[in-house]
Structure formats: C-alpha cells, structure tokens
Design a protein around this ligand. Sequence first.
Ligand code: BJ8
Length: 426
Amino acid sequence: MSTDYRPMWQGLGLDLEAHDALLGVLGPLYERTFLTQRDRPEGMQYFDFVMSEVHGLRIQELMEAKQQGRKVVGAFCAFVPEEIVLALDGVLVGLCAGAEFATPQVEQLLPRNTCALIKGFFGFALARVCPYLAASDVVVGENTCDGKKKSYEIFRDLVPSLHVMDLPQTKSAEGRALLRAEFVRFASRLEDLTGRKLTADALHQGIDMVNRKRAAMHRLARLRGADPAPISGLDGLLVNQVYFYDDPARFTGSVNAIGDELEQRIAQGRGVAPKGTPRILISGCPMAVPNWKLPAIIERSGAVIVGEESCVGERGTQNLTVDTGRTGDELMDAIVDRYLTIDCAIFTPNEARVDHVLEMARRTGADGVIHYGLQFCSPYLIESGPVERRLEREGLPTLRIETDYSQEDVGQIRTRVESFIERLRD
Ligand code: BJ8
C-alpha cells in the first residue's frame, strides 16, 4: 500500500497499533503462501492487488460510496441475500473472521471451546482491527448454528447496529415460509436504513448483477476440472474469498478474464502441476481470509485442490436466481428458492450436501476428499462421519481433518495429509 490510509483508519476508530501488527503478519504470510507459487495465471495479479489493498483502497471505495449515500451491510454468512442489498443500493461486504486475534479478551466473553470462526470475528471487533466492520452501517447476524445464534446476543453490544436474521433448520414448507418472512423483514430494515423502496426493477438489477458474478464462478469451477489443473487450489480459494469483498461488477470481469486465460492454458495442456497429480476436493467449514493453513499444507505436500464444497466456495455460489418473475413478490420467491438450496450443515436432513460433493468430485476429477471441520463446530463435525462413510462407499477416499486457526498442529496435519496423498497415488 503506497497511500497513507492511517487517517482513514483512525477516522474509522481502528486501533492503529494493533492494526499495524495485523498487517505486519498478513503481508508476509500472503507472500509466503501465494507469491511463491509457480506459473500462476497472470490474471491472479489483480487478486494480489486486491489483497494488498484489502484494508486500503477497498475501504476507501466504501467510504466514498457512503459519502454518496450508499449503505454498507456487513455479513458473516452465505445466507445474506446480496440481490436485496444491491436492489436497495447498498454494498454487501464479508467481515473479518479468518484469524485469531485478542484471544484473552475474546475468552472473557465466550467459552474457550467456541469455534475459531466465531472467536475470530469477536477478536477483530474487540481489538478494533476490521475496517469492514467499522465501515458497516448495519451488521447481519444469522441464527444458524447454536454458536453463532447465542454469540450474537453478546456481539450485539460490540457493534452499533445488528440485524439478526432467523433461519430455518429444515427445508420444509414451513422452513421456506420462515426464510421468506425473514428476507422480507431484512428488506424492510434496509428500506428504513436507505430511505428507498424495493421495486421489481431494482430487484431485477440486483439479481442480474449477482447472477453474473456467480456465473463467472461457475465457469472458473468448470475450468478447474481440467487435467493438468490450470490454476492452483490456493488461487481458486483466493478468488472465492475475494468474492466477499470486491465490487461485484469489477470482480466478475476479473474472474472472466482468468477464465479466458485458463481456457488458453487448457488448450495448450499447461497446468500448475503435472498431469496425473493427485486431485483433492475440500469439503466442510468456510475458510475466510487469511485462513489458508490446510490448503497450503495440501498443495505443498504434492496434491492439487480442484474445488471447495464450502460457503467460501461452491456451496455459497452454486445455483443462479431465476429472473423471470415480473412482480416484486415473484422475484422475492425466486430469491428465497435459490437461497434455500444452500446445503449448510445446520439443516436436517442434509443429504443434498453429500450429493453435491459427489457431483463436484465427478466433475472435477477429484481422487479424494478432505473434510475440513473447525474444532467445536458441531454441525460440520457431526455431519463429517456420515459424509465420510457415504463418500468411501461411493469409492471416494476421504480424510477428516479437525483443526482451528493456530499453527500448532501443522506438522501433525501435514503427516496425515501426506499419507492420504500416498493412498491416492496407490
Ligand atoms: S451457510 S456454513 S456461512 S452458517 S464453523 S460458525 S457452523 S460452529 S460458518 Fe456458515 Fe452460513 Fe452455514 Fe455457510 Fe457455526 Fe460451525 Fe463455527 Fe460456522
């Protein structure tokens, strides 16, 4: 970052010293993890730039948007409908939750055995180091797992404005009705905030923008199915992570530019790893920036990751919203139907998730699946057993990894991943 953003961060109320410490760790970690990879697509330079400016230029853009009267909506979950936010001229951003920070302060508010993602967003808030949170006019919390649901009761005191969205636990007619009612309530909260009215025209535009963004991600996901893999899993994950921060139209253009480049690479038979390199699909909990621990271990151990069945990945981006409705009600129905297809482990039953893993494995030519569960995350850890058994039955070797954001278990995970990759080679 060449511009001095300190006055902006100060104006946002960040703790400059703690924030400097965060950036001082993030920058070198990014360089070691991403910039040392060989033969990256040139289009990744855009994403390197976005990451180098993720607390700088992008925040400045948000501040400019706010000056023009737009509202910033911060979120932690793939269930927050960006279509509605855009239709009310808002900007949706993902909030920092991918690293541990201020752990002693966090553990004064939350039990130690809370998942790292929840502790992560508490840490960023308590230490005042997330400019996205500081720039948000409203933060959306969702009643998904018990951990999030109960922790939002405490988090409410840490942010100026929290909107809690209730979510169903089943995909029944009653569950759908609840989700619809909650999306309507969310829209009305945003109408109050923005002083705008939700119209069918604006919803059409919001749906169109998000559909284009997701279609670009679908294209990237398809191209990752080529052997040799034209892009690393780390870079694929990075694109999925930037999805939550960047301007949607610019992001879509940048992903499509990568798509064009990957098509050329595939035509030339050019890849980031030799043809026949073991191919791995990751499935499980979301990996928010800068949570790159497991993917880095996997790819440094000689495999290539070809997809993520995750909310920072295909669980979050799969399926477009049908845009043929003419009235606001019809379009709201279409949005609800699209979000109800998200196979989060908070739903019961959740067989569609493992069907999706199998479909992804076939499409990407994956040789095996690594299930990533965050310690203390009951929904995904409990579901990982049935997922593993079904995948193994279907002939897909599966390894379950349970971890957190610390680096203490890196050696142990590496040993398990290496022997799993050997199994895939046999
Ligand atoms: S739609 S996956 S983004 S809830 S890891 S906090 S589940 S204890 S993140 Fe998620 Fe929305 Fe579902 Fe997706 Fe709880 Fe588990 Fe922690 Fe989790």
